[in-house]
Design a protein around this ligand. Structure first.
Ligand code: GDP
Length: 482
């Protein structure tokens, strides 16, 4: 056994014991019943108390696995395959729908399947969180958002629970690992897959799997595996990012993406002498637990025995870093709030907002209570890429409306000016006409001073208005009349 983490000496011993146990069990296994699911299942869990013997065996552990992938890729079947519901129907004690705290227009229905396992005095709460509806949106640009929001929210919820006085009621729903189901028919990864994988891999130990691998020929499966690996490397998608030990990481990485076959039922094999978990086709049986058919056993070993502790402990480390960041943010926001006097009801001049350690725990708790969960929830909505995008779209729309109205106004002003110019031209013409009429009248007047050879009518005086003296220029008159 080379690829073990230095996480604990006990773990090394545990895995050795586990391997010995596995060898002895396979030697003693009855050839009539080759349903190794129950065997493997028990061996995996049985290994855990050994791994964690000296650390958390007494208090037990929680392991939370998140399944992400498009509808119909076999996630539910995988849960049932992993737990073997057909064999252990009573083990389920809770199936609940998780309602994300932060609301978006449409969100995936996130469902937690919980199972409580006890073996050799070791308690394990194993939760598989299914995300039906992923990629069911018309626009899948932010299809990953309910998933990343769920992961982040569990960390925040745990943090807020830690601030409560009664820590016994602490419920640990932090996600320790995420299986991402890749469509076997697609050539590698779609842009939606890449975006989702990138965003998820920053937050959780991510393990990509090829769903329904029995639908691919051996060559096709190899090609898809190579292609997926290339895309993962090319796009810098991080697999099991939080695991620092390179040997442990390499051990997990060497088989990614894990090819899976899921089945909820047993099929008879060997002339009906024994049964295996698999999918029966006219040409033969695709066996879930046959390493030549798929990587189910390798993956189950990673998740449920060899690396469960690594996944839990590294998530714990990541959680600590998130906790520090969130506390720092809450301190900063509480200070801003205090500066703006947004919450005078909490005003306390003795508080220190700059140094979380100053004035002890009391100071920390008081400052944190100033920027409490509802305020953090509001902040999270503001941080959401969907919110930011919506805000961007609204701003763009506002900009478009303003630009449209401005253009309308400018056109209207231009039309008004051109009308004014044409009116002015008309006025000018009228003015010229008046001038020429006045000239004619003046001429007529001057003729009227010549010797009186006229009739009585010629004595009548023609009263011609003087343009210069009595009246404004006609265009100004019109303008002032307007
Ligand atoms: P989910 O929507 O991702 O939860 O998918 P389901 O688990 O409901 O499976 C959808 C369909 O795929 C069902 O008819 C399953 O029997 C089938 N299915 C599940 N796993 C496999 C598999 O490994 N291979 C094949 N060929 N079909 C599978």
């Amino acid at each position: 056994m080379t690829n073990v983490s230095p996480y604990s000496k006990e773990l090394h011993q545990a895995i050795q014991s586990y391997e010995e146990l596995k060898t002895s069990q396979s030697k003693n296994a009855a050839p009539q019943n080759k349903d190794s699911f129950t065997e493997g299942f028990k061996v995996g869990i049985g290994g855990l108390p050994l791994q964690k013997e000296k650390t958390i065996a007494k208090q037990g552990a929680s392991f939370n696995l998140l399944l992400v992938g498009q509808s119909g890729l076999g996630k539910t079947t995988f849960v049932n395959t992993l737990f073997g519901t057909s064999l252990l129907p009573n083990i389920w004690h809770n199936v609940e729908e998780v309602k994300p705290n932060v609301k978006f227009d449409k969100t995936t229905r996130i469902t937690a399947h919980k199972v409580h396992l006890t073996e050799n005095g070791f308690d394990l709460d194993f939760t598989v969180v299914d995300t039906p509806g992923f990629c069911d949106f018309i626009d899948n640009q932010f299809a990953y958002l309910p998933i990343t929001e769920y992961i982040d929210e569990q960390l925040r919820l745990y943090m807020f629970q830690e601030e409560q006085p009664d820590r016994k009621k602490l419920v640990d729903n932090r996600v320790h690992a995420c299986l991402y189901f890749i469509n076997p028919t697609s050539k590698g990864l779609s842009p939606v897959d890449v975006e989702a994988l990138k965003n998820i891999s920053n937050r959780v130990n991510l393990i990509p799997v090829i769903a329904k691998s029995d639908t691919l020929t051996a060559n096709e499966l190899n090609e898809v595996k190579v292609l997926v690996k290339q895309i993962i490397d090319g796009q810098n998608i991080k697999i099991c990012e939080f695991i620092e030990d390179q040997d442990v990481k390499d051990n997990i990485l060497k088989d990614i993406p894990y090819a899976l076959i899921g089945s909820e039922s047993q099929v008879l094999k060997g002339n009906g002498n024994y049964s295996v978990r698999g999918r029966k086709y006219s040409w033969g049986i695709a066996e879930v637990e046959n390493p030549q058919h798929c990587d189910f056993i390798k993956l189950r070993d990673v998740l449920m025995s060899n690396n469960m502790i690594d996944l839990i402990s590294t998530t714990e480390k990541y959680y600590e870093s998130c906790r520090v960041k969130l506390i720092t943010t809450r301190f900063k926001k509480a200070k801003e709030q205090d500066d703006q006097n947004l919450s005078p009801e909490y005003a306390d001049s003795n508080l220190d907002f700059d140094d979380p350690d100053k004035n002890g725990v009391d100071n920390v708790l008081k400052v944190l209570s100033k920027f409490n969960k509802p305020r953090v929830d509001d902040l999270v909505i503001e941080w959401s890429p969907l919110f930011i995008q919506k805000q961007f779209v609204q701003k763009k729309r506002l900009h478009e409306v303003v630009a449209f109205e401005e253009k309308k106004f400018k056109d209207w002003k231009r039309a008004l000016f051109s009308k004014q110019t044409s009116f002015n031209d008309e006025i000018e013409q009228l003015h010229d006409q008046i001038k020429s009429i006045q000239a004619t009248i003046s001429k007529l007047k001057s003729h009227s001073h010549t010797p009186p050879q006229h009739s009585d009518e010629s004595d009548e005086k023609i009263d011609v208005p003087s343009l210069e003296e009595d009246h404004l220029p006609i265009h100004e008159e019109i303008e002032s009349a307007c």
